[in-house]
Design a protein around this ligand. Structure first.
Ligand code: SER
Length: 314
């Protein structure tokens, strides 16, 4: 078996994916890479790597006998709205570099995350189906929808084994999120633990699909392990777990921190969130590769509060 390369291993998902893959396959077999050194030193191979540098990616793949890439580098929804051309450049260029590596037979398998942002205001908002209306309004959503279509094209036309999940908003405490609309549901825990209050940039009732990070990592590993013949939909799979509004989340936090206060100052991100689904139909993932999430709302809240408290003790 060849080695596996994570591009964007310092990011919110990359950090936790790196730990999970290294625990499963051994640290020497998982190559980490990112634009900058990780904030705290990590054991095992790490390379400084720009996700848009084709020559450098080719060199790492060849020198390390890499057969699988996880392309986790991307610009998320809120940041992408501030620099649409850069977001498009990063999200698409990095995808083509890795798809072409697979097309040329230099790697065997590629994981590329997609998102609920591929949906738009005309999509069904409740239990949104995998193949419904896809009319995203953000540059992030447009880039991910285009990317999904390119992945499907490379799979059909060139037989590339590329696997894609539409992640909901991901909630974890081990790594900081970067520029997403769903990230209020991460920041709220840090503020609840340290300040006892939070000002939310979404409105109180804005319900979004969400997931605890451990479930997202488990889904990623499970999809990558699934035999190819089992994947009927192939690209992309809807993925679901939780669904809640800021108001409902705050209520759960108050169960454990009774004095917690939340206030609302919705900004442009509320409009982005309004265009996205409230809940997702992930029946294809459940049927094809046996997906099912483990963490419910109250256990997620308890884990996030505990996690944030333990970090502040370090
Ligand atoms: N978490 C992403 C964002 O908010 C959505 O996939 O941009």
């Amino acid at each position: 078996m060849g080695k596996q390369l994570i591009i964007g291993s310092n990011g919110q998902v990359g950090t936790e994916l790196l730990s999970a893959l290294r625990a499963k396959y051994g640290k020497e077999n998982i190559i980490a890479s990112d634009l900058k050194e990780p904030k705290s030193p990590i054991e095992g191979p790490f390379h400084i790597l720009d996700a848009m540098d084709k020559t450098a990616i080719h060199a790492i793949v060849k020198e390390n006998d890499v057969d699988t890439i996880y392309l986790m580098a991307a610009m998320l929804s809120a940041t992408a709205e501030k620099m649409p051309d850069k977001a498009w450049g990063l999200n698409m260029t990095s995808l083509f570099i890795t798809l072409d590596l697979a097309k040329e037979g230099l790697i065997k398998k590629l994981f590329w995350p997609s998102t609920i942002a591929v949906f738009g205001p005309n999509s069904e908002h409740v239990m949104t189906p995998q193949h419904g209306i896809l009319e995203p309004t953000t540059v992030y959503g447009i880039s991910k929808l285009a990317g999904e279509q390119w992945c499907a094209y490379y799979q059909r036309r060139y037989g590339v084994d590329v696997r894609t999940l539409r992640y909901p908003g991901l909630i974890g405490y081990k790594s900081a999120p970067g520029g997403g609309t769903t990230d209020y549901a991460v920041d709220i825990f840090t503020k609840a633990v340290h300040e006892g209050q939070f000002t939310c940039f979404l409105s109180a009732e804005r319900t979004l699909p969400m997931m605890y990070m451990d479930d997202a990592i488990a889904a990623t590993l499970q999809l990558m392990d699934a035999p190819k013949e089992q994947l009927k939909t192939y690209v992309p799979y809807n993925l679901a777990s939780l669904s809640f509004s800021p108001e409902q989340l705050a209520k759960e936090i108050k169960v454990l921190i009774p004095n917690f206060q939340i206030s609302y100052e919705p900004d442009f991100r509320d409009e982005i969130a309004a265009s996205w689904p409230e809940s997702i139909d992930d029946s294809a993932a459940r049927a094809d590769w046996n997906w099912s999430p483990k963490t419910n709302l109250s256990s997620m809240v308890a884990l996030m509060l505990e996690g944030n408290k333990s970090l502040s003790k370090v």
